[in-house]
Design a protein around this ligand. Structure first.
Ligand SMILES: Nc1ncnc2c1ncn2[C@@H]1O[C@H](COP(=O)(O)OP(=O)(O)OP(=O)(O)O)[C@@H](O)[C@H]1O
Length: 240
């Protein structure tokens, strides 16, 4: 469960996120969609403690990301939009480092690393430095680390970008399973078909303001005259 209440973030004169209030229930996949510059990454950065909100509060399973950051951070795993992190480490060193932070015991982590490295075709690459990886391989190393740590909440910023079709399919299946098992998945995407197929709820943001927050059926009901999610999205964001 993620609770975002009246959150605002300004960069100088620019209000990137304006009085945003959203509840992300447990057991759900929630898609966060909006045009370029809408405020998605800024919101995700505030949810994960990368940025501090100017106003408002964010709690993850009841733990406040500003007041109780260490415990709040144990509740979630983040796959950021740019996977260019810790490039001097090998994929394996990065995964082990993350597993240490989340206190995953040796036997469990080794089993999981073996499984997920095989699933994502990364077995032969994990001993290489992340600086030598392609974008997609860096993305996969960060994903594997998140899966090995198995936090309750997954926060994924455009997670399919750069993944090959097989890995993208696998990740979508894993997202469904994670939510089905009573966990929470929150992800941003520009790919409306993905949002349409995967999400229990969608949140649409534009110019830092929420334009819609509900189920896809509710959104379609509000825009019966439109044939596709693409048309609805264009109308909702045009009028925001
Ligand atoms: N560090 C920063 N300094 C100044 N302005 C910023 C900063 N970070 C974001 N912004 C501005 O805040 C607004 C929201 O940006 P954000 O990155 O959250 O958008 P986004 O929805 O993730 O976009 P995209 O889909 O292109 O990734 C934009 O106008 C952006 O220029």
């Amino acid at each position: 469960m993620i609770e975002i209440k009246n959150v605002t973030k300004r960069f100088g004169e620019k209000t990137a996120v304006n009085q945003l209030t959203v509840d992300i229930p447990t057991g759900c996949i929630v898609g966060f969609i909006g045009p370029n510059g809408a405020g998605k990454t800024t919101t995700i950065h505030m949810m994960t403690g990368v940025l501090t909100p100017d106003e408002g509060t964010i709690t993850l399973n009841g733990k406040d990301i500003v007041k109780d950051p260490v415990n709040a951070k144990r509740e979630f795993g983040l796959v950021p939009d740019s996977p260019d992190l810790f490039l001097r480490l090998s994929g394996m060193e990065y995964i082990q480092f993350m597993a240490d932070i989340y206190h995953i015991d040796t036997e469990t982590r080794n089993e999981r690393i073996q499984k997920f490295a095989k699933d994502f075709g990364m077995e032969d690459a994990l001993s290489d430095r992340m600086s030598s990886y392609s974008h997609g391989m860096r993305q996969k190393a960060i994903l594997i680390a998140t899966l090995v740590c198995n936090p309750n909440i997954w926060i994924l910023d455009e997670p399919m970008t750069g993944l090959d079709p097989a890995s993208s399919y696998l990740l979508k299946e894993m997202m469904k399973e994670h939510a089905h098992n009573g966990n929470t998945v929150f992800f941003s995407t520009h790919v409306l078909e993905v949002a349409e197929k995967l999400c229990d709820k969608i949140v649409i943001i534009n110019h830092g303001n929420i334009c819609f927050n509900g189920t896809l059926d509710e959104l379609k009901e509000l825009h019966k005259d439109k044939d596709s999610l693409e048309e609805i999205f264009l109308e909702v964001t045009r009028n925001a």
